[in-house]
Design a protein around this ligand. Structure first.
Ligand code: 5GP
Ligand code: MN
Length: 346
């Protein structure tokens, strides 16, 4: 089985000419970067640097600790960090090409969005979220059926003839994003080509078992206790245990010495209950006066439609999110209304 081309011959030519013209490149991804956002930006940066470009990866907010081991992660500039903001802004001002990875609309960059909007540089988007805002880039690669943006980055590099020279570090970044965006290949990963790509990555000498351990088995004791506390004390079931809600307050976060990324994956846990179709988490933001919402579903339950209708958000069919104004009590009522409104789909 071959790896199918991502771009048509005409698209490939146009894409290559955009790359050829670029000297200074900025690569960015959505706020709260996950394994796919980090992996895809770092892998794409590696490839462009091999082509001789000057590349800066700028992300709106920092990555969780469990992704810091990624090769190249130390070079990333985070716009939300005071000490990095001017270097990040400078890089955007100098850029003649900006690559938007793993997100579909500029508002997902939060405060960093206006910096990008002010730049005259050409923009390309490489993403797998539905409904891309086509006005935010001149060249758009949008593949909602893809497992991850990392898969798309691999296919691009492959089609551009860069596989031979791909390093083990680049392969590790790509594997990390494919693994995390599919929950360790447990969802969104029935396409056989995914495993052909993984076979290719393994030829580069990556240790996929170690990558899994780095991401999934490096918890603090506090994080383990925090998970069990929320599931024991805070999880509420609705509609005959076909839906659930839990909340996380700032006080609880401080009690368990919460650090960025500690709630990652928690919203998936209720889906382990037999018959559960929808899980909603409501978390008080640590910086802004908002409640951050994560929505996960299984099968044909549209998490993204629910998030768009009730939580000012959106996302993938089975993994979406959004934001509501403070306070938490109001957000809980909205979430309960959402469950009631979608009860026929549960
Ligand atoms: P998470 O629950 O991990 O924060 O987000 C899951 C997915 O939901 C993300 O990959 C993204 O596609 C989507 N998402 C999360 N928050 C928002 C939001 O505020 N707005 C939109 N449009 N999508 C979001
Ligand atoms: Mn992704």
């Amino acid at each position: 089985m071959e790896i199918s081309p991502l771009l048509s011959p005409a698209e490939l030519l146009k894409f290559m000419s955009i790359l050829k013209d670029a000297r200074n490149v900025v690569i960015t991804a959505h706020r709260g970067p996950d394994g796919d956002a980090m992996g895809s930006t770092l892998a794409w940066a590696d490839y462009l640097m091999q082509l001789g470009k000057r590349v800066t990866v700028v992300l709106p907010t920092p990555c969780p600790d469990f992704l810091r081991w990624l090769p190249g992660a130390k070079r990333v500039l985070y716009y939300s960090k005071d000490e990095m903001r001017s270097a990040a802004t400078q890089a955007v001002q100098n850029a003649d090409l900006i690559c938007l990875l793993d997100f579909n609309a500029l508002h997902r960059l939060q405060d960093f969005a206006p910096v990008i909007e002010r730049s005259k540089a050409k923009r390309i988007m490489i993403d797998h979220h539905e409904h891309p805002d086509t006005s935010c880039a001149q060249f758009i690669i949008s593949e909602p059926k893809a497992s991850s943006t990392c898969e798309l980055v691999f296919k691009l590099i492959y089609q551009l003839g860069g596989f031979e020279k791909m390093t083990r570090s680049t392969a590790a970044c790509i594997y990390c994003g494919m693994m995390t965006d599919t929950g360790g290949f447990s969802y969104a990963s029935n396409d056989p080509e995914i495993f052909i790509i993984i076979a290719h990555l393994l030829t580069k000498g990556i240790d996929k078992d170690k990558i899994n351990r780095n991401v999934n088995n490096t918890w603090s004791e506090n994080r383990l206790r925090f998970f069990s506390y929320i599931l024991t004390e805070k999880l509420k079931f609705y509609e005959d245990s076909r839906a659930s809600i839990f909340t996380i307050t700032r006080e609880e976060m401080s009690r368990f010495h919460y650090i960025r990324g500690d709630a990652e994956g928690l919203v998936n846990e209720p889906l382990k209950v037999k018959g559960m179709r929808l899980s909603i988490s409501l978390r008080e933001d640590t910086e802004k006066e908002v409640v951050r919402i994560s929505v996960r579903s299984v099968d044909d339950f549209p998490a993204n439609a629910l998030a768009a209708e009730f939580f000012n958000g959106g996302g993938h069919f089975n993994a979406a999110g959004g934001e509501l104004p403070f306070p938490l009590e109001e957000a809980i009522k909205t979430a309960e209304r959402a469950i009631a409104a979608y009860a026929d789909k549960l």
